[in-house]
Design a protein around this ligand. Structure first.
Ligand code: NAD
Length: 251
């Protein structure tokens, strides 16, 4: 593949699996993350890819840091052709226990951060013939999941932001889509799910199992591929073991 892709949250979980998949497809990849220990491990894990991958410590809520990272990527790795907005945090807390401070923090990272990265990336992409932006939403942005007032609202915002940016950026040759994962085995979900909530998820999922980070990558690769998904924009694809399709299932 010609050109470069930025993956936010690329040092862990779904983001890291995406970085590895895209390297395998021939992309040059810049991963932005905050967690120093995850970045160190990811660098070691992907060392064989040499200079085709770079990890940078960038907070996606910092506009000037994001703008600088986009400029460095285009200058060093070739025209920016794709972005995967995977950086995010999750909280599972009843609404009565959710402080305004926490609510704002979740929105700031998951929604505002995704917006900042998409906007800055689109500024670069419009100069070089367009590209594809993939936001990682969540099934909690599609359904009323218990305990997800802040997280679900942020991801519902990501789904709508995806549609709006798809419409605004279409004339620039930039497609914008989202992937909404169900429960995927990553550090985030292991921290989030108690034994009880895990059991409840397994009962509710038609496929009766959680997913792997690699199982989310196919939809993301499809949406980044200019030929395979050339007529797809503003769409959210659920990769969720059937969760968002489901209703009453046999228990
Ligand atoms: P993860 O915790 O393994 O990875 C998220 C990464 O984002 C971490 O490395 C973290 O350091 C980074 N990050 C957080 N805030 C950041 C910031 N301000 N700037 C830069 N990097 C930041 O989590 P994951 O499970 O891989 O989740 C990835 C995305 O997928 C998230 O947006 C999450 O909401 C979404 N998602 C995950 C699941 C799941 O079941 N794992 C389900 C639905 C949606």
């Amino acid at each position: 593949m010609e050109g470069s892709v930025i993956v936010t949250g690329g040092a862990s979980g779904i983001g890291l699996a995406v970085v590895e998949t895209l390297l395998g497809e021939g992309w040059r990849v810049v991963a932005l993350d905050l967690a120093a220990d995850s970045i160190a491990k990811a660098r070691e894990h992907l060392a064989a890819h040499g200079e085709r991958v770079r990890f940078e410590t960038v907070d996606i809520t910092e506009e000037s840091a994001v703008a600088a990272a986009v400029a460095r990527t285009a200058a060093d790795f070739g025209p920016l052709k794709g972005v995967v907005n995977s950086a995010g945090i999750a909280r599972d807390i009843p609404a009565f226990d959710t402080s305004v401070e926490l609510f704002r923090k979740v929105l700031d990272i998951n929604l505002v951060g995704s917006f900042v990265v998409a906007r800055e990336a689109a500024k670069a992409m419009r100069e070089t013939g367009g590209g594809s932006i993939v936001n990682i939403a969540s099934v909690s942005g599609l359904r009323g999941n218990l305990g997800r007032s802040a997280y679900g609202a942020s991801k519902g915002g990501v789904v709508t932001l995806t549609k709006i940016l798809a419409v605004e950026f279409a004339p620039l040759g930039i497609r914008v889509n989202a992937v909404a994962p169900g429960p995927i085995e990553t550090p985030l979900v292991r921290e989030l799910l108690t034994a009880e909530t895990r059991a409840a998820w397994l009962k509710t999922l038609p496929l009766r199992r959680t997913g792997t980070p690699q199982e989310v990558c196919g939809a993301i690769s499809f949406l980044l591929d200019e030929q395979a998904s050339s007529y797809v924009t503003g769409e959210t694809i659920a990769v969720d073991g059937g969760f968002s399709a489901g209703g009453l299932i046999n228990v």
